[in-house]
Design a protein around this ligand. Sequence first.
Ligand code: ZN
Length: 369
Amino acid sequence: MKHGEKSIDLGSRKLVAMRDVQDALAAGATSIETAANCVVTPSARDFLQQHGIELVMDKAADASAPAASDDYASAPAAVKSQAAVNRRLFTTPEAEEIKKEICSVGRKLWMRQFVDGNGGNISYRIGPNEVLCTPTLVSKYDLTPEDISLTDLEGNQIAGSKPRTSELLLHLEIYKSVPEAKAVVHCHPPHATAYAITGRVPPNMIIPEFEVFVGKVAISPYETPGTKAFAETVLPYVREHNTVLLSNHGIVCWADTVTHAEWYAEVLETYCWTLMLATQLGVPISTISEQHGSDLLAIKKKLGLPDIRFDTSRMKECQLSDLEVPGSIALEPTPCDGNNSNGGNGGADLESLVKAVTDAVMERLENRE
Ligand SMILES: [Zn+2]
């Protein structure tokens, strides 16, 4: 240990709460060590983070560590073997490969200017109850495999020396709600985020790749990042959308691999950017015909990707969006992409949306005469 560093051993504790971390700070700790299966309360985690105290949760994983604590020694065999399984997952060849993939995807996000400062986060569900994720307060450009942590589905850190991202709850809600989701990427790409700060969604059937890989993008209402309320904002949409705009914040994508989740972020960002460029050409944007559109949806279904338009009973409410204002590249979200009656986007309710659609159609008819 370097000069000036002080580690406090809480390896015998099953639970570490606010009082314990306040005591550790008062005692001059620069890090605290706990058993891998110890529960650290969210407020205690926040406190440690605010005061720059490192949380090391691999005590029982360290073979050279002193004999296991009394609590750990007396823990039921099932708990101990589960903790050992969890810790083993963290260093398997598969985990090591995924840690490298997370780092390379992090670098892509930074190189493409999808993240800034220490923004954005990446995770992968490596076991039924285990998730590898990026740490808090590290630029995605600088990530190394040693920075990646392992947590359970409740956000408790199982292994890894750096505290996990504070945005993990968002990822965990998606994993709990969508069994097919194995990887989640959250970032702030500027053109897609421009939509997210206006509460609007892009129109559909303009570029094939967008229809196949993303399709209809949903928008979730604003909540304070890092909170459970924020994490839950995406729940109504993530089963039928692999990409969601987060109002006044950024985007989140899920996929079968970390690489694919980042691809969807790229596809959405490029689409939003291209639409903005096209509007500067001063001529109408042409759309893909209904027949060709059905071909794209058939390809998408074959690839096993989700799309709310596969649910024919919701087709009508989805289509409303594309009729709203002819030629518009920023549409009011419909109920199927985020404008529900209790949503907080400041968007119109269904009734006023129907009126807007009717007005637009009437205007179009009048212009034909
Ligand atoms: Zn963010």
